[in-house]
Design a binder for this molecule. Sequence first.
Ligand SMILES: Cc1ncc(COP(=O)(O)O)c(C=O)c1O
Length: 434
Amino acid sequence: MDLLEKRQTYLFPTKQPYYQEPIELVKAQGSRVWDSSGKEYLDAIGGIVTNSVGHNHPRIKAKIKEMLERDVPQHSTFLYLSKYMEDLGEKLSQLAPGGLNQCYFTNSGSEANEMAVMSARVATGEQTMIALRHGYHGGTNVPLSLCGNSQWKFPAQPQASVVHAVEPYCYRCPYGAQKGFCALECAEDIQNVIETATHGKVAGLIVEPVLGVGGFIDPPLEYHRRAAEIVRNVGGKYLSDEVQTGVGRTGKFFFAIEESEVVPDIITMAKGFGGGAPIGAVVAKKEIAMSLKGKTHFNTFGGDPYQSMQAGEVIDIIKDEELIENAHREGKYLKEGFQSLSEEFPVLGDVRGRGLMIGIELVKDPKTKEPAAKETAEIMDLSKERGLLLGKGGLKGNVIRIAPSLSIRREESEELLKIMKSSLQALRDRSMKK
Ligand SMILES: Cc1ncc(COP(=O)(O)O)c(C=O)c1O
């Protein structure tokens, strides 16, 4: 039985691999990966937005080896003191903006959001959370009820105490407005939702600074300011889900929300935070964390020595190698490159995003903006053949997501654009033959 057959026979059908002919990745280094046939790829989706400092960074490899040599326990819960967890807590608290200094470590982004929402609910004594349509916050119970995309939700999923506000999606503005010429009606919808779908008070609002799974939807910075103001006016907390946007991916600050000058009440992170290690975190204001005092919240693996070491090392590498600056520089270069490709290939309807989080929305016709999901899948396969791995997203599956390692080098960015151009040409040739 080959791997695909085994996957289809023994694993849940929810685990669908990318590509018509899925590949097995057996080796990874920096921004590059190799499949089991030895074929090399540029990894432009960085694992799945997890590769922050480059696959198998030598500093992380050396630390893992050194810890194994010393027989450091592979696992020790928070029931014992741990240099690795405590040091990471200190590091993260010092990094987080404006007084967020209480940390909680988890194994994933979903769990971090579970904890963040529970904390907001306990701290406010309110249950209702506001989330955004097109948003995604993880695959466990509360995050799935926050989710704003039917493809990811299940018929039996309870929508417990969650209401949704409209998406801040400038390319497809729900109000028909033009980017930069609007009254932020999407933010005002949060007020509308509070007044019509709640009893007038909420526990909080959870927002991704750039909506990841939603297709790298990048709301105007003022959106976050107004959204925070509205939710705080009724005593709610502002939760910034930085599972995808965190650790400098958007090329300006360690947390993307800092660019909007909003200090959230709680920030969650995972994915690139561990640079491949399964670790997530919540960092919150002290009064929020203190509202949980007196209860135990158990988590067997959160803050394990190896994971905590790796997240701490990721933070140091990002600083030492100036990777936020690199994300800004390479992100700008790539975005401009895609923008000029969009002039040549009208199938590229919108190029958006910040830093190394670039979304390219494919449309059948730039005037009608009809989503081009089939063409997006074709570009994925054509690029794979040419040695480039891309990500996909968006409600209609028609957005290519570019989120390589923050350490991507200029020659790799050039290669990325070159392969994209060649794939777009091949797509055009195919459609002309039909
Ligand atoms: C913004 C966001 N939040 C939370 C999650 C959930 O993280 P995890 O898959 O580690 O549970 C994801 C995963 O894609 C995400 O994109």
